[in-house]
Design a binder for this molecule. Structure first.
Ligand SMILES: CCC1=C(C)/C(=C/C2=NC(=C\c3[nH]c(/C=C4\NC(=O)[C@H](C)[C@H]4CC)c(C)c3CCC(=O)O)/C(CCC(=O)O)=C2C)NC1=O
Length: 161
């Protein structure tokens, strides 16, 4: 796993150089948003179950997905879907704190598309639900932190598609 600081340092180290102006700007941007990131993560963790619930209500409930024959039908599959959304929210929050998406590649997206395809889990509906979490989260943490979280929700969606 990387974060905004190690990403900048690693790339300078590869060249055997001190951080240049643009690397310093990246670090400054990260430090300047530290407070924002921590505050957003605190709010998200205190409201995680509610965020998932509202996103599911907005995007999946009472659709073909939750009816007989749908992939969320039966409590076992419904619970697996909620659990997956919980994972996406938690890992997007970690990535937002780190200011770097590498944790998503390593711990979430690695092999996920293949797993979904082999189990018949619909990727399109999953992406819709993640986009819905993005909106619910932004309305809770405000536009600036919401935008930053959006980067990592979108990263998960493109990794799935
Ligand atoms: C932390 C990293 C991590 C991720 C991301 C993860 C995902 C993950 N989701 C799974 C299943 C599943 N995922 C879903 C999800 C959905 N079905 C829908 O129709 C909805 C659109 C969607 C929710 C948004 C469902 C229903 C299953 C069970 C499928 C089945 O067994 O038939 C499975 C198969 C094994 C299992 O059932 O537990 C994995 C590995 N596991 C992990 O360890």
């Amino acid at each position: 796993m990387q974060d905004a600081i190690t990403a900048v340092i690693n790339s300078a180290d590869v060249q055997g150089k001190y951080l240049d102006g643009s690397a310093m700007e990246k670090l400054k941007g990260y430090f300047a948003t530290g407070e924002l990131r921590v505050r957003a993560a605190t709010t998200i963790s205190a409201n995680a179950a509610g965020i998932v619930k509202e996103a599911v209500a907005k995007s999946l409930l009472y659709s073909d997905i939750t009816r007989p024959g749908g992939n969320m039908y039966t409590t076992r599959r419904y619970a697996a879907c909620i659990r997956d959304l919980d994972y996406y929210l938690r890992y997007a929050t970690y990535a937002m704190l780190a200011g770097d998406p590498s944790i998503l590649d390593e711990r979430v997206l690695n092999g996920l598309k293949e797993t979904y395809n082999s189990l018949g889990v619909p990727v399109g509906a999953t992406v819709t639900a993640i986009q819905s979490m993005k909106e619910v989260t932004a309305s809770l943490v405000g536009p600036d932190a919401g935008k930053e979280m959006g980067v990592y929700f979108d990263y998960i969606c493109s990794g799935l598609s």
